[in-house]
Each structure stands twice: as C-alpha cells, then as structure tokens.
Ligand binder design. Sequence first.
Ligand SMILES: Nc1ncnc2c1ncn2[C@@H]1O[C@H](COP(=O)(O)OP(=O)(O)OP(=O)(O)O)[C@@H](O)[C@H]1O
Length: 262
Amino acid sequence: MRMIAASLRGVTKDFGAVRGLDDVELDFRSGEVTVLLGLSGSGKSTLLRHLNGLQSPTAGEVSVLGSRIDAGDGRGLRRLRRQVGFIFQHFHLVESMSVLENVCTGRLGALRGPRLSLMMYPRSVRAEAMAQLERVGMADRAFQRADTLSGGQKQRVAIARALIQRPRILLADEPVASLDPVSAAEVIDLLREIGDEQELTVICSLHQVRTALDFADRIVGLQSGRVVLDERAAGLTADAAFSIYDRVAQPDSLRRVPALAG
Ligand SMILES: Nc1ncnc2c1ncn2[C@@H]1O[C@H](COP(=O)(O)OP(=O)(O)OP(=O)(O)O)[C@@H](O)[C@H]1O
C-alpha cells in the first residue's frame, strides 16, 4: 500500500468573486504520476500552487508529506518547500547566468546567505549540479548562458534545478506547453524516467490529452475548480478523457462565489 504524499481536504479557493477551486478532495499517493487536465481557467495551476504553499485555501486543508502546508509557520513552510520541486511552462531560469549556476540556485533554500557567483557555492553543490546536468543530458552546456539554449534544453536545466533540491514531490505546471512536439515528448519521457528512478510523486498539468494518457498513472480532470474525473490512466479511453472538455459550457461560465453572484 503506497503512502499518501499530499492531500487536499475540502479545498476551496476564492479570488474575489471567482472560485478557483471548489471543494476539492484529493489524495496523491507516493511515487505516482498524476496528470491534471482541464480547460484554461479550470484550476490546475491553482491546485499546484496550493501543494507548495504558494497559495493558501479560503477553506479546507492541504497536507504535504504529513504536515499542513497551509497552516505552518514560515520556517516549517520553507522546510516543506525544499521537498517539493516546481517546474514551470516558461522555465523561470535566470537568463544571464550559466546553466550550472542556474542549477545551483535550486540549493539556495538549504544554504545560508546570498551566493553572488558560481564560485560562492560549495564545491559539493557544484559537483551535484553537474551530476544533475549529466542526468538530464545537459552537462556539455554547463558553462553556457541560459539565454543561449532552446526551450527544450531550458526545461531540462529547470528539471535539473528542481532535482538538486532532492525533492520527494515534483510539481510541473504545463511543462511542455512552450515546446515543439519532439522536445515536448523528450521532456515528458525524461520526467517519467526520473519519476520512476527516484520514486517521486509527480503532479503535472498538461493540455495534451494523449500524452497525458501515456505519461500518467492517474488522470484528474478539473472543470471550473471541481474534480469531475479521477481515473487510472490505463483504464481510460481518449474519448472519456476528452469528455471533460465537452461538458464545459462557455468560457464566461466561470463559477461565481454564490454570495456574490449577480
Ligand atoms: N491570482 C489570481 N487572481 C484572480 N483570479 C485568479 C488568480 N489565479 C487564478 N485565478 C482564477 O482562478 C481560476 C483558475 O485559474 P488557474 O490559473 O488555476 O487555471 P488553469 O487551469 O491553470 O488555467 P491554464 O490552463 O490557462 O493555466 C481562473 O478563473 C483564474 O482566472
């Protein structure tokens, strides 16, 4: 029986009059790859941000690795966050820094004081950053500036930066949305391989339904902040997965907070 790595209990998130998440109840099992599907605005990013404490729920509880991430003090939150890697659509690398230094920044949370250059990182961190770059196939680019890389290469570096944190959970918010199909497939394959090797709990939002079915162990479909589908990927047909998009009405059907609805 797999442990629960993270859970949301009755999580609702309101942004003023807009409900971003609506009574979400989910457990994420350790070592499992879950893909979040849903239209733009359905709440995928909001859900991911709740799992690393970037956002707090309006109601409900979020637990990560056995601790409440929504209710901890600053120190507890930082400790938990170190175990949760985050990969973004637009990579969020420091473009003017070398690839190697970008990866080293993934360790900043565990080091005291600022690091103004690569040589200010301990040798052990630099060696580990290089090992992570080897793992993602980017070691030969270590001393290049990040802004000289292609999108697929940047995402590999961003993965290495997340891995140097030694996370137990890896969150990925549309990690291939900015990539060409070949680079996207390579990045998805890499995430799956690394997830399996390191027994990471991976929670990833995607817009590519067929890729999601190949990549994931489990598919969660969101619609206007609600979970409308929660199935093992292996038992799910593409038609059933696509149906979460069919069932949605017009984009202006964003659910309103009842008390404020006109
Ligand atoms: N900081 C915010 N302030 C106000 N509204 C927000 C904020 N963040 C999200 N929302 C709203 O919450 C809802 C869910 O947004 P979210 O970004 O989670 O959707 P998404 O499924 O990730 O969309 P996409 O696929 O475009 O990234 C949307 O209606 C969005 O406009």
